[in-house]
Design a protein around this ligand. Structure first.
Ligand code: DC
Length: 230
């Protein structure tokens, strides 16, 4: 039987990570934060002083980098060449470089192989921008989460403050808008819902409500996919 795959895509701050983590726990599936892969490479590029236009060096660096995602207490630790960068990759400057890096086709090809290999090892709840359109096009459940820009910026601002990162709200909103615009208009694997994705606008929903709705969709799809046991 094919592993169960749930994809959750959408713009920054739509609630993908929180929802995907809870859904993966509820269903007993592994959690795959694909944005962490792009952030991991961006983090290493920053250590090396690379800029977005240093495409050739970024590709070489990506080929020579070992990124590992290790499940830990229902969350995920991120290692780059053996070094734990779980917290470091959440910095705004890492997000800002991850976006242009993710528009480089060679980088996407490297990470696509990585993600599919992860998927071959068993069931997974994957979140990102193209997990339903490109990485796992045959996934039985595809969700696209969205919310108004103001609400997404408010959530991200709060999350950054909780991590001790104090960036003015307007700056968070401007960065987010620029990043979404770039992610949605790039030529390769742009941010958009798969034709068979269920789109959920979470602007006026609590986390619990979104998780319940996604789990209800999963239960309905999985029962229709999985033949009843005798
Ligand atoms: O979800 P995130 O904020 O951690 O993602 C960081 C960047 O990585 C985002 O700006 C776009 C890119 N990304 C991508 O291109 N494809 C994915 N599947 C996930 C993230």
């Amino acid at each position: 039987m094919k592993p169960l795959v749930v994809t959750i895509d959408g713009p920054a701050g739509a609630g993908k990570s929180s929802v995907a983590q809870r859904v993966s726990r509820a269903l007993g599936l592994r959690y795959l934060d694909t944005g962490a892969l792009y952030r991991a490479l961006a983090w290493k590029a920053i250590q090396r002083g690379l800029r977005p236009q240093d495409t050739r060096y970024i590709i070489e660096m990506a080929r020579a980098t070992r990124v590992e995602l290790l499940p830990q207490d229902g969350e995920q630790r991120v290692l780059v060449d053996g070094q734990d960068v779980t917290e470091a990759i959440r910095a705004p400057e890492v997000a800002n470089l991850a976006s242009p890096i993710s528009a480089i086709p060679e980088v996407r090809a490297i990470l696509l192989d990585w993600q599919r290999e992860f998927g071959r090892q068993g069931g997974v709840v994957a979140e990102g921008r193209d997990t339903g359109t490109v990485v796992f096009p045959d996934a039985p459940v595809k969700i696209f989460l969205t919310a108004s820009l103001d609400e997404r910026a408010r959530r991200r601002h709060k999350e950054l403050l909780e991590r001790g990162i104090d960036v003015p709200f307007e700056q968070v909103k401007l960065d987010m808008e620029a990043r979404d615009q770039r992610d949605a208009t790039r030529h390769i694997a742009p941010l958009r819902p798969a034709p068979d994705a269920v789109v959920i606008d979470t602007t006026h929903m609590s986390l619990e409500q979104v998780v319940e709705e996604v789990l209800a969709i999963c239960r309905a799809r999985f029962t229709s996919e999985v033949p009843p046991s005798t």
